[in-house]
Ligand binder design. Structure first.
Ligand SMILES: [Zn+2]
Length: 315
């Protein structure tokens, strides 16, 4: 994965690498948070991993990797109110654009097609936007449109104003019954800015902001000493340990789950050649995704941690 993304979002890049290597990445992904350029770079990087003709390495120079970094690949399309337009609408992703997307899926392709949905404008960048844009440019990643020096293409989060219910609804069938080798990626500031029917059919990932986050795993590492076996007696201790860790350090419960997820994705990285173990690790990672959904549904964190502990014992 791109080094900037690997440094800033190790658990996300680990997760995606694992999911792609297991051929288990969802067909519809939502990346949400306030830094839309980071999300955009993450989406491009996923497209590159999905299309690389070699081993997906960060520095790979195969044709697909080069084209995707330069944003010139025919199968990787940005869909916004100013990108890949098929009609004269200027303020929305139109139904016509969605039909164009769906039409391209009729024919099979050797490529893994990736459609990145976002809002975008060509504008004068604020200094922090310019920094992130330049940072990715130095690693060879370009936006979908050529820029003049003072006005630059920059993404923002999609919402119901620029992606209407009608246009979003036209997507639903393809998200529900996707053709093989296609991935839809929606960039948004907040999941609530997207049609609920899309959210419920997608896997959603928080991309917090651009600062580096450290995932501290030492508090609970010992419970995984005989992984993938997980001791029944220790399931409750594990849950209590997560709760103490949260309370002692005044942490968000989701961050605590992120730490567990990060730990599992590190395990995946070091065990990538063991397909049986990878299968278990991947299911466990999916389970942590589910733990975050439970937290979203306001289920008490103690219940969520206990449920996770007992899942490790039972599976
Ligand atoms: Zn490549």
């Amino acid at each position: 994965m791109n080094k900037i993304l690997e440094n800033k979002y190790p658990y996300l890049t680990n997760f995606f690498e694992t999911a792609i290597s297991q051929n288990r990445l969802f067909h519809s992904l939502i990346l949400y948070g306030s830094n839309n350029y980071i999300q955009y770079a993450m989406a491009l990087e996923l497209a590159r991993k999905l299309n690389c003709l070699e081993d997906g390495n960060t520095d790979c120079q195969c044709q697909n990797c080069r084209w995707i970094r330069e944003n010139k690949h025919p199968a990787v399309m940005t869909i916004s109110k100013i990108d890949n337009k098929t009609d004269s609408s200027k303020t929305v992703i139109s139904e016509d654009q969605i039909n164009m997307v769906l039409d391209t899926l009729v024919n099979s392709s050797d490529y893994h097609r990736v459609f990145i949905f976002c809002d975008a404008e060509i504008k004068q960048l604020k200094s922090e936007e310019m920094t992130i844009y330049q940072e990715f440019k130095t690693t060879g990643y370009f936006p979908p449109q050529e820029n003049s020096e003072d006005k630059i293409w920059y993404p923002s989060g999609i919402n119901t104003a620029c992606f209407s219910t009608v246009a979003a609804n036209a997507m639903l069938k393809s998200i529900e019954e996707p053709s093989s080798k296609v991935t839809f990626i929606f960039l948004t500031n907040n999941k609530d800015d997207l049609l609920q029917t899309i959210v419920s059919r997608s896997q959603a990932f928080s991309v917090p902001d651009s600062k580096t986050i450290n995932y501290e795993v030492s508090a609970f590492e010992k419970y995984f000493a005989s992984y993938p076996k997980f001791n029944k007696e220790t399931a409750l201790d594990f849950a209590q340990c997560l709760l103490n860790y949260q309370n002692d350090n005044n942490l968000e419960p989701k961050y605590v789950i992120d730490c567990v997820q990060y730990y599992l994705t590190q395990l995946a990285k070091t065990n990538s050649s063991n397909s049986v173990l990878m299968n278990i690790i991947y299911k466990d990672i999916e389970k942590t995704q589910n733990s975050k959904k439970m937290l979203d549904a306001y289920i008490k964190e103690q219940t969520v941690y206990e449920e996770l502990g007992f899942y490790f014992v039972k599976r």
